[in-house]
Design a protein around this ligand. Sequence first.
Ligand code: ZN
Ligand code: ZN
Length: 330
Amino acid sequence: MKKRIRNTSISFLLVVSIILPLSILLPSIGRSAGEQTDFKVTLLGTGSPILSTARSGPATLVEVGNEKLLFDAGRGTALQLYKANMLPGSVDKLFLTHLHSDHTVGIPDVWLTGSLPTGGKRAQAFNIWGPKGTEKMMLHMNKAFKADLDARDSSGNGNDEGASIVTNDIKEGVVYKQKGIEVIAFKVDHKSIEPAFGYRVNYKGHSVVISGDTRYNENLIQYAKGADVVIHEVAAARPDNESEAISNILDLHTTPEEAGKVFSQIQPKLAVYSHIVLLGGLTEENADLPGRTKETYEGTVVVGEDLLSIEIGDKVQVLHPGKEANLGGK
Ligand SMILES: [Zn+2]
Ligand SMILES: [Zn+2]
């Protein structure tokens, strides 16, 4: 189901509610084929609800062909795009894994700042794919920012098209297919909120999988088979943790040992951690995520950091922010 939410000076209107192949509804953008670097993933934010100045909220940018696909928009996403030399107005496609606030609080900044001339002035509507409830959330968000939208409209500084929203409440399966790019949503198990999705992006025989928030999940393993890169969430506490509150949080997520089991069955060229949740006094230094993962997985695992990027082609290359060196996968 695709819904268009458009701001007007009186109220916003639901203009269309149509079911058509997305390839008809969305614009096509061409680009010459064959370049390894036209499939690049950037971890904009590798954090979680835990406040951190080192890890921004969950957000992953997939630049593929001539498209920029944003997966989740947590705290600070617009700024992280800016740090990656991009204005939020250059993003018009957002895919949400689930509706926990740490994955959505950055939406208004990307959406609205991106509609302004200083934010890149998005040329077309802001498209959002997400689980049931996404359309409702965006309707309410549009209402929440009505004063701003109306004021900009009446002052003539508005950007109707770049501030308008098209929502797509999705089900498991192909949710976007255009110019050789295929985005597949698959169900994961986040226990506390339902549905929750992971995504797989296929392009020119290569692919990246983004787990979203999930416990150990067999469906993810099935959908991720053959993927070049798997970006997986991880949560860890001390092995001797006795806190029930911490155990309850761990129960919604995947421990490093469990993630290792996931990677072992997928055998990606590269496994990467993002959405890193460290609990009960664990720190980046003493968490030893690679060591704990090694107990169940022999391949390479990279602990993600904000603005780390991965180029996917016949080779997979990791570019650490501010460094030239590459740390390749297999
Ligand atoms: Zn989360
Ligand atoms: Zn969550």
